[in-house]
Ligand binder design. Structure first.
Ligand code: ADP
Ligand code: MG
Length: 604
């Protein structure tokens, strides 16, 4: 037999490696900006076109490279940052693998211009899918400019995998934020399609956070500081009363590198326990300074999880530090750490944030007003056709559910409820007897389903949703939330939410659907965006359906309140008038029946 093993050509090996390091335009920005930081720059400018698909340019005023280094920097495993394996435990730079530039050059058209301060002339290199086009002398400022064009031009599968421009831009903004929040001493700017998204002058950490998130965050930042032999912590935590429905302003950094750490996140949340309501998140910006020997960053190139030697002890340190920082704020004037778990931390009361809006249904409006069916029950046969176009996969579990379980209740069965008794449990469940036992209805999911079907029905029938004019309220948003809101502006308009773009991350909301009586628009918009982020990740579904589901879910949070008998009756009626009364949009069970036989079992 002849030999069949061959070494892959570098260009192919680099393309394969690139798949690991460069997933999307945001990864290119992360790598290039981190290199600029490592090069000691104090001004870094990022210019992006079409969310990075056509152009990404990173300019720095760092140390630059010699002619030879410029050429070498594109080789795989070419790095100036470590020399041997021991150096892995002393890492203070962002990069060290020497893979990024080789990877980027394998899947894009890259030009590098660089000059060191003691050189008259700089050097320019052009590489096209790992092929060197030319290298020549050029006059340019001290520092380095990387220009990356047509990302994935030679990897169509990757190009197809990219999401919409606004989604890709959001990823870019996230990566950018992680770096700028680690390095307030460096000035940064980010420009997209000729408009500045950020201009961040060098300053201290508090100033940097304010520049990134807006002035209003200033009063929400409590200092946090803790020095121990294992780790030093500094940074800020937000006040409990400002905890928000959207996750997003929760940041950990270790040795000036962003990290995700779900376990440490739990430590922070534990310290906030009982100070905030369960579905809200406090802001935090917590910076760890740890001996590089005690952490392991040598993990997957793009992963942001980092392992610590002493995680349990650090958990305790974080919890204590956050409590102490909270104690210093006016909210919890004195917390005695020695009696932790015994002392009753006063539950914060801020009624407005827990106040439930009115039921999100409109009693005068019956979407299925094709006339009552013989049983007095709304009929909806006529709508089935259009409906299904929009509404062909109402939930993941639905298709996997056996036929008889899918339609748990017959109309007849529900009609026997007309005179029924209802019991409400914990502002969340409605319990009522049915033929076979006790029916339990999840009030929130029921509201969500009803609202969702109203939305979809109105759109499918071009009815337009009844709007409630509002006193126009202005909302300042984070850039990524702002972009996302604009991205779904048209869908929201179809659902009755009229949004005006005032530029620079500000919008004005002029109306909302009549069924939603929410008083706190900011809260509604925040949870809408949070829901949408999550729905969008679970790929699939048309934009309008995702937005409708997200809005229904966000608005249904307000339904968790005590209901009158007539309201419960109406809710049950409207639920069973729905096309799919059994499952929520994301496949959760809305109703269940506790069978009489099961009850007998319990009471044996
Ligand atoms: P790594 O950052 O892991 O070393 P890269 O492929 O990102 O690997 O970069 C390779 C080398 O190129 C770096 O080690 C550094 O010496 C040089 N380099 C990259 N970007 C810059 C820059 N902006 N300024 C100066 N040198 C740079
Ligand atoms: Mg690098």
């Amino acid at each position: 037999m002849s030999d069949i093993i061959q070494l892959l050509p570098d260009s192919v090996a680099n393309q394969i490696a690139a798949g690991e390091v460069i997933q999307r335009p945001a990864s290119v920005i992360k790598e290039l900006v981190e290199n600029a930081v490592d090069a000691g720059a104090d001004e870094i400018q990022v210019v992006v076109k079409d969310a990075g698909r056509t152009l990404i340019q990173v300019m720095d005023n760092g140390i630059g490279m010699s002619d030879t280094d410029a050429r070498l920097s594109f080789e795989r495993h070419a790095t100036s940052k470590i020399r041997n394996a021991n150096d892995l435990f002393e890492i203070r730079t962002k990069g060290f693998r020497g893979e990024a530039l080789a990877s980027i050059a394998a899947i894009a058209q890259v030009t590098l211009r660089t000059r060191q301060s003691d050189e008259e002339l700089g050097t320019e290199i052009s590489i096209n899918g790992s092929e060197l086009e030319y290298q020549r002398g050029v006059s340019c400022p001290t520092g380095t400019i990387f220009t990356v064009k047509n990302l994935f031009f030679n990897v169509p599968a990757r190009r197809k995998f990219l999401k919409s421009n606004s989604t890709e831009l959001r990823h870019i903004i996230n990566e950018f934020q992680h770096i700028v929040l680690s390095h307030p001493e460096i000035g940064f700017s980010l420009n997209h399609n000729d408009s500045d998204l950020y201009r961040l002058p060098a300053g201290n950490l508090r100033q940097r956070i304010i520049h990134v998130f807006g002035k209003q965050i200033n009063t929400n930042l409590n200092n946090l500081k803790s020095e121990t032999s294992i780790v030093n912590l500094t940074g800020f935590i937000g006040k409990p009363e400002n905890a928000r429905k959207t996750s997003g302003e929760q940041y950990f950094f270790v040795n000036r590198r962003y990290m995700r750490h779900p376990y440490f996140h739990r430590a922070v949340m534990k310290a906030f326990e009982r100070l905030i309501s369960e579905d809200t998140y406090p802001s935090y910006f917590i910076y760890f300074d740890a001996d590089p020997h005690s952490i392991d960053v040598n993990i997957h190139p793009t992963k942001t999880e980092i392992k610590f030697e002493n995680e349990q002890a650090i958990f305790q340190i974080i919890q204590a530090a956050v409590r102490e920082a909270l104690g210093k704020s006016s909210v919890v004037p004195s917390i005695d750490f020695e009696t932790e778990g015994v002392v009753d931390i006063p539950v914060l009361r801020k009624d407005s944030s827990f106040q439930a809006p009115e039921i999100p249904t409109n009693p005068d409006y019956n979407p299925f007003d094709a006339g009552p069916s013989p049983g007095g029950y709304p009929r909806k046969k006529e709508v089935l056709y259009d409906w299904e176009k929009l509404y062909n996969d109402p939930g993941p579990t639905r298709t996997e559910t056996p036929e008889e379980e899918q339609r748990l209740f017959t109309e007849e069965e529900v009609n026997t409820q007309k005179a029924a008794e209802f019991i409400q449990l914990g502002k969340r469940y409605i319990i009522t007897p049915v033929k076979s036992g006790l029916m339990i209805v999840d009030q929130k999911l029921a509201f969500e389903r009803i609202l969702f079907e109203q939305f979809i029905f109105s759109i499918a029938h071009n009815r337009g949703i009844a709007q409630r004019e509002l006193y126009p309220s202005k909302l300042d948003l984070e850039p990524s939330d702002y972009l996302m809101l604009l991205e779904i502006k048209d869908e929201l308009a179809m659902l009755g939410i009229d949004i005006g773009d005032l530029g620079t991350n500000t919008v004005v909301i002029n109306s909302c659907p009549a069924g939603i009586e929410s008083t706190d628009l900011r809260e509604l918009v925040e949870s809408l965006l949070e829901e949408y982020k999550q729905t969008e990740q679970k790929v699939g579904g048309s934009a309008i359906k995702n937005v409708a589901a997200s809005l229904a879910r966000a608005a249904s949070a307000g339904s968790l309140r005590i209901l009158q008998h007539s309201e419960m009756q109406q809710l049950i009626d409207e639920l069973f008038a729905c096309e799919n009364p059994n499952y929520s949009c994301d496949g959760k069970k809305i109703t269940t029946i506790l069978k009489q036989g099961e009850l007998e079992q319990y009471l044996k």
